[in-house]
Design a protein around this ligand. Structure first.
Ligand SMILES: NC(=O)c1ccc[n+]([C@@H]2O[C@H](COP(=O)([O-])OP(=O)(O)OC[C@H]3O[C@@H](n4cnc5c(N)ncnc54)[C@H](O)[C@@H]3O)[C@@H](O)[C@H]2O)c1
Length: 200
């Protein structure tokens, strides 16, 4: 399966690398050109036990790619994770501008059905905003392409992120269709063989 992770920060890089480790074809995208250039040279922006060798191994195996160009990498992606930052707004609530910009960009460039998964930490009701933002761009294109949205909050701890991702005690995903459930269950299957469930 081919997927795209948008936002190659702490959560995006760990998520993308751990999914590549179990055989998924992953492209991590970021608007930070220097970060992507460095990753393509094997320079990792964060320190996390086990991450650096895993990034290198999967990059060299051709399962993990880094890009600044979402429009070029979306084709064929069954799942797009949004893992961009949600800095506190003036009133302390999460600022969704990056999350919604990713949804709009996906709407502008997607070419086939995909599941748009929000991994950023966001308030209740964000999924509807993501749907509206993405659909708005499809409407502007006059496109009748279909998509699903899903929520998959991340609980990893800095300092133990790789281990938390590879050995989760549960994975929590909110989906709205059987199709999205099937795709997400397949994606996470290697992590649930230990008997720990995906909660859908
Ligand atoms: N760091 C953690 O331990 C942790 C744990 C659980 C959840 N979270 C949540 O996950 C989300 C991401 O956190 P993080 O720590 O990985 O953030 P981060 O700041 O490390 O990374 C976010 C990345 O997104 C990129 N970005 C912003 N807009 C973009 C766009 N339009 N297209 C592509 N890339 C874009 C930025 O350049 C940056 O590299 C936040 O909502 C955070 O609250 C973080």
């Amino acid at each position: 399966m081919k997927i795209t992770v948008v936002g190659t920060g702490y959560v995006g890089l760990v998520t993308g690398t751990c999914l590549a480790e179990v055989g998924i074809d992953v492209t991590c995208v970021d608007i930070d050109v220097k970060k992507i250039e460095n990753l393509n040279k094997g320079i990792i922006p964060i320190w996390e036990p086990g991450l650096e060798p895993m990034v290198k191994r999967n990059f060299e195996a051709g399962r993990l790619h880094f890009s600044t160009n979402l429009s070029e990498v979306l084709a064929g992606s069954k799942v797009v994770f949004g893992a961009v930052g949600t800095p506190p707004d003036e009133d302390g609530s999460a600022d969704l501008k990056y999350v919604l910009e990713v949804a709009r960009e996906v709407g502008r460039h997607m070419t086939e059905h995909l599941v748009m998964v929000t991994k950023s930490t966001v308030p209740v009701g964000t999924a509807e905003k993501v749907r509206t933002a993405l659909q708005g761009e499809l409407d502007k294109r006059g496109s009748d392409l279909k998509f699903d949205i899903a929520s998959n909050p991340e609980f990893l701890k800095e300092g133990d992120a790789v281990s938390d991702f590879l050995k989760p005690d549960r994975i929590v995903v909110g989906v709205e269709s059987q199709k999205a459930e099937d795709i997400i269950s397949k994606l996470y299957k290697p992590f649930t063989l230990n008997g720990h469930p995906v909660r859908l």
